[in-house]
Design a protein around this ligand. Structure first.
Ligand code: TTJ
Length: 653
């Protein structure tokens, strides 16, 4: 039984070898994000079981030996042989691509569907993976390993087929695995990343007990929210000034679609709707969000009419007016989900729209018809009136700006050192912090395809500002003019002048702040640039290590440690770069701008959403906590580097 496998196994395993050959295709990257993806696959399976009513507890442990384990008290993965494949259900789950949990598709009422790549991918990219299943009075065990043979690695080979190991009264599944350090550069799981993800899961699954244990540091916490997404909204608005407490909460089911909504207003001007389908975030929105917005507009309009709150002089409302300062979490569960959009994070099912609208209309109408909630209605209508007034004023300002832009256009763009090529597919623009670094970049660049836009001082933080104020800012207007697409509703991707928009700021607090501000702006007003993958962060080196015969640049503290370690007995000098301005033209080109040598980080929607959430919601008006947040989320140290090699691979696909 142990340590032998026959030809049948090998055929079954071919898929797993493909995963190891091209991990990027299955988990995106082999950096920290990809590593954590291995854990999400396992956790999602356990959550699916428990969220569907089988069991009530999940325990995640980060062990000292580098393994992670996940345990649930559900029904246990099926152990009986698969009729066609003639291997146990457990082996199907861990060796067949896309087989996770779906045995005939009738086991779960709601399931994530195709979002995950399946637990077999975790197996394929692990050194080893062990499974224990407790079911029908028996305890079973199986073990998989990635084995090196004749210089090649066979992935996820069953070295112990599923077998009985004892009796038990319990039921559930336990999975423990060691990520493969031949695939991932760094196999350390990050407590904060895991905690953040589990917190979201706990909010979305009311009452679910999630236990997170870190044996490496003896940290442990229970995540469980009896209020579900209502608690989520409360936590999102904690450091803000909510206009009323507690949040409005609605929950109902129509035609097999289960809808929950929690909402609240705060005293800023942003709209923040976080929507989910079967626990999967849908940052690009979709039919469910449309249904909710339609219901909100209708119910609030009705309320205003019914209570005679609209005077003749008032500007008529549009939907947007009811969403200024809105913080809402909309979570629905349904069957046969279809995702669309740039990043497949937009709900496409047309039937969801009417169902969500129905639940929200009914729930909100009931809420505002309740006498004690009347005052909340009044508060919201007051806020919407302000929004409508400013909208009218902003439109005038915007029209003015448009006219102004065409006159001033050439003057504003004057700061831009444009490139000679007129081919947007190869052109790049560097948005550079500071005039002096901007000057260096202008001299160092390849002027055929690289344009430079220096930013003087800090651009305006678009958070807390209405669009008219944002547009009044000269730095922002210059950026908009240079990129060419327009903003908001006027945005047109086909007018994009640069395929890569590269933010180049110092690796210090101010630089991170500027980066954060720019990303928030792109997120709010030019979001397709993010989903389309056009936004990048440049990575200037932090250090230069110089010996008698060579110079090495280091981009992280880890790299520096590696390099200095290797030079233990030699003489070297160390230079720390505090800013871009300290580099010579040649240095800036070869370390940061030369496409064949530089490191770029491609900014994903996920990254920016995280940063945006921090900036707009959880950040009070104090400066100190703000800096902490910026450090934690905006320095992108935890985010994978996107280098030239990877990019070429992408293109070849
Ligand atoms: C499938 O349909 C029959 C009853 O069990 C269903 C199932 O697969 N349940 C299940 C899977 N519970 N827990 C899992 C699971 C848990 C972990 C930690 C990891 C994986 C891959 C699956």
């Amino acid at each position: 039984m142990a340590n032998n496998y026959d030809s049948k196994d090998l055929i079954v395993l071919e898929g797993l070898d493909a995963v190891r050959m091209r991990p990027g295709m299955y988990i995106g990257t082999t950096g920290p994000k990809g590593l954590h993806h291995l854990l999400w696959e396992i956790i999602d399976n356990a959550v699916d079981e428990v969220a569907n009513g089988y069991g009530n507890k999940i325990e995640i442990t980060l062990h000292k030996d580098g393994t992670a384990s996940v345990q649930d008290n559900g029904r246990g993965i099926p152990v009986s042989p698969h009729p066609k494949l003639k291997i146990s259900g457990v082996e199907v789950v861990f060796t067949q691509l896309h087989a996770g949990g779906k045995f005939g598709d009738n086991n779960y009422k709601y399931s994530g569907g195709l979002h995950g790549v399946g637990a077999s991918v975790t197996n394929a990219l692990s050194r080893y993976l062990e499974v224990t299943v407790c079911k029908d009075g028996k305890k079973y065990f199986a073990k998989f390993e990635s084995i090196e043979k004749n210089g090649k690695i066979k992935s996820g080979v069953p070295v112990e087929h599923l077998h009985e190991v004892g009796n038990t009264k319990e039921s559930g599944t336990y999975v423990r695995f060691l990520p493969d350090d031949r695939v991932f550069k760094d196999i350390r799981f990050d407590y904060d990343i895991v905690q953040e993800r589990l917190k979201e899961t706990a909010f979305l699954n009311k009452g679910l007990h999630i236990e997170l244990i870190d044996e490496r540091t003896n940290k442990r916490e229970t995540l469980c929210y009896e209020g579900g997404i209502k608690d989520y909204v409360t936590s999102l608005t904690m450091d803000r000034r909510p206009l009323f407490v507690p949040p409005i909460y609605i929950e109902n089911e129509v035609e097999d679609t289960y809808v929950t909504l929690a909402m609240q207003y705060v005293d800023n001007y942003n709209e923040n709707i976080f929507s989910y389908v079967n626990n999967i975030p849908t940052p690009e929105g979709g039919t469910h969000e449309v249904g909710f917005k339609t219901a909100l507009t209708k119910v609030l309009n009705d309320f205003a009419k019914k209570h005679n709150l609209i005077k003749e002089k008032d500007v008529a409302f549009i939907g947007d007016d009811f969403r200024e300062g809105l913080v809402a979490v909309l979570s629905i569960k349904m069957k046969n989900v279809q995702f669309e959009g740039q990043t497949k994070t937009k709900l496409g099912n047309v039937e969801a729209r009417a169902r969500v609208e129905q639940v929200c209309s009914q729930g909100l109408t009931e809420f505002f018809n309740t006498k004690k909630n009347e005052n909340i209605g009044n508060i919201i209508i007051e806020k919407a009136k302000g929004a409508a007034r400013v909208r009218a004023a902003a439109k005038r300002a915007k029209d003015l700006t448009r006219a102004k832009n065409s006159i001033e256009g050439s003057m504003l763009i004057g700061k831009l050192a444009s490139c000679t090529s007129r081919n947007p597919d190869i052109n790049e623009i560097f948005i550079v912090e500071g005039d002096s670094a901007g000057g260096t970049a202008k001299q160092g660049r390849d002027r055929y395809f690289q344009a430079i836009l220096p930013l003087r001082g800090k651009p305006l933080n678009s958070e807390k500002k209405r669009i008219d104020q944002v547009l009044a800012n000269e730095e922002i207007r210059t950026i908009i003019g240079a990129i060419g697409t327009g903003i908001g509703e006027d945005f047109k991707l086909e007018n994009l002048k640069y395929n890569k928009i590269i933010i180049l700021s110092d690796a210090d607090q101010d630089g991170m702040h500027i980066r954060c501000i720019l990303l928030t702006f792109f997120f709010r007003y030019m979001r397709p640039l993010i989903t389309n993958g056009n936004i990048y962060c440049g990575m200037p080196p932090l250090y230069k290590v110089k010996t008698k015969d060579k110079e090495v640049y280091c981009y992280t503290d880890e790299e520096l440690a590696e390099v200095t370690n290797s030079l233990k007995n030699k003489n070297y000098t160390l230079q720390r770069y505090k800013g871009l301005g300290e580099m010579s033209t040649e240095q800036l080109w070869s370390t940061t701008m030369d496409p064949s040598k530089r490191n770029l980080i491609r900014v994903t929607l996920e990254d920016v959403m995280q940063a945006d959430k921090e900036i707009t919601l959880w950040m009070g008006d104090d400066v100190a906590p703000r800096k902490d947040y910026i450090n934690k989320y905006a320095n992108f140290n935890k985010i994978d580097t996107f280098d030239k090699k990877l990019e070429d691979e992408d293109k070849n696909e």
